[in-house]
Design a protein around this ligand. Structure first.
Ligand code: F0G
Length: 462
């Protein structure tokens, strides 16, 4: 297929878009959302804020609270409720919303004990309409796609972005193209993209290979890219940070801990904290730390081996498939947030992830494997002395426990085979957390016997 005429993406209204490296501002965005001058990523900025037109912080807090009592679709969305600090649409009726955001903040008492902190909170972004944090960014970016008259939207994905995009495209009457690595997507995520009607292409490659193929597609066909290089995605994802602070009555926690894959989410949350401080909604910053799987640790290696100067891409391998990414697009944005907030980057093993996931489940909350890296990483940050026992810590849980049931069932049955670790060693390390289902004859005696055995076992383990 040859070159096709693309609808033009133009920047309007209350914001500008500039390159994160050379600072060049642009009013017409290229299909790949990269700087025409130097090829780096772009970000949204609000020039009015430094020009004396910053919104009044007390008025913002009051407006945001008041909108929570409104049934208007924009106000009922936990993203658009914060539209005063988001890029403005030409026409608010272009917003495509599934009432995303408004996610719960849970305390995790058992996990706190296991990590060695007094209290531990989790902001569960898996409680979004399609089961992951991606919905908060998707509602914003896809609304801009509609505003710019695109018929097709596309993303390369490890499964959650694609599930989210497919749902929002369906809601907005648009066509969606999903490009995912064959065999490396959790079933829950793949099934979503099918039900929402996306054209779903499973490529014989990994996520990084899918990104390369999609890069060529967007140059050859008029299609709006919804990966997190799209700066409007990150604008929507900022709202999780705002909502978190609102839930804490604007008391800033000491630490926020985020999983790192393509590194868009920690960049978005960090941007929100910095902007809220800039306009005076809060007066200090949390330390935003990033946790990666040992088998998919390019940011960790970039910092430890290159002092953050250049990216160290890796061949990614982890059962936390959501973050199986070796060449993350937003590494520079992520580094900026680590530096600006004083956060750390840590890596965790497959066994540490599996144990942490079961522990989050045992607190009655649950999450998918990629989200559990946060608790696993926190344990290491406590041990190293970076996080102190009495500091306030919030984990960002990014995906719902039902996204990847195969991992959970195999884990509890003892059938999980992990990369980079001997199976026997993995099973020994995770044995205390496993609780396999029991197959019994259909008799009350058999079930009561199992119950008594479980009770005795429970007593032994306190
Ligand atoms: N957690 C989950 C559940 C994810 O799906 C992702 C990314 C991340 C964490 C990492 O976030 O990329 O912003 O650093 N999933 C993408 C996808 C890549 O295609 O669904 P990140």
């Amino acid at each position: 297929m040859g070159l096709a005429q693309s609808p033009q993406v133009s920047v309007t209204r209350n914001h500008a878009v500039r390159c994160i490296v050379c600072g060049e501002r642009t009013s017409e965005l290229a299909a790949d959302f990269r700087c025409a001058h130097c090829g780096e990523l772009l970000e949204v900025e609000f020039p009015g804020w430094s020009g004396g037109a910053a919104p009044d912080p007390a008025a913002l807090r009051a407006t945001w609270r008041e909108r929570r009592t409104s049934n208007q679709p924009l106000d009922a969305s936990g993203v658009w409720r914060f539209r005063d600090v988001l890029p403005e649409l030409d026409d608010w009726s272009h917003a495509i919303t599934l009432r995303e955001g408004n996610t719960p903040l849970y305390d995790l008492p058992r996990c706190a004990k296991s990590a060695g902190v007094t209290t531990l909170l989790a902001k569960h972004q898996g409680m979004n309409p399609t089961g992951s944090f991606k919905d908060t960014g998707m509602t914003v970016a896809i609304s801009f796609a509609r505003q710019n008259n695109f018929r097709w939207v596309a993303c390369a994905s490890t499964g959650n972005t694609s599930a989210s995009m497919a749902a929002y495209a369906a809601r907005g009457g648009m066509r969606s193209l999903v490009v995912i690595p064959e065999g490396k997507i959790a079933w829950g995520k793949l099934s979503q993209s099918l039900d929402y009607g996306a054209l779903t292409c499973q490529l014989r490659t990994d996520f990084d290979g899918c990104v390369r193929v999609l890069d060529e597609i967007i140059r050859r066909y008029p299609i709006y890219l919804l990966n997190s290089v799209n700066p409007y995605r990150l604008e929507g994802q900022k709202t999780a940070a705002i909502e978190l602070l609102e839930q804490l009555d604007w008391q800033v926690p000491d630490h926020v801990i985020v999983p790192g894959g393509n590194l868009g989410n920690n960049s978005a949350l960090g941007k929100a904290f910095l902007e809220l401080k800039q306009i005076g909604v809060v007066d200090r910053l949390p330390k935003v730390s990033v946790i990666q799987a040992e088998g998919a640790n390019p940011l960790y290696r970039t910092i430890h081996e290159k002092g953050g100067k250049e990216l160290v891409p890796v061949e990614a391998e982890t059962l936390a498939t959501a973050i199986r990414i070796g060449n993350p697009a937003s590494w520079r944005k992520s580094l900026r947030v680590l530096e600006a907030t004083g956060g750390h980057v840590e890596q965790v093993s497959e066994a540490e992830i599996a144990v942490a996931k079961a522990e989050i489940g045992a607190d009655g909350v649950g999450c998918e494997p990629a989200s559990a890296v946060t608790l696993a990483g926190l344990k290491k940050l406590v041990k190293s002395g970076f996080v102190h026992r009495d500091e306030s810590v919030v984990l960002i849980l990014t995906g719902h426990v039902l996204k990847d049931p195969e991992y959970t069932i195999k884990f509890h049955r003892g059938d999980l085979s992990v990369p980079r670790m001997d199976d026997a060693e993995f099973h020994a390390l995770t044995a205390p957390q496993r609780k396999a289902p029991i197959v019994l004859d259909a008799s009350a005696d058999a079930v009561l016997h199992a119950l008594e055995a479980d009770e005795a076992e429970g007593k032994r383990h306190g």
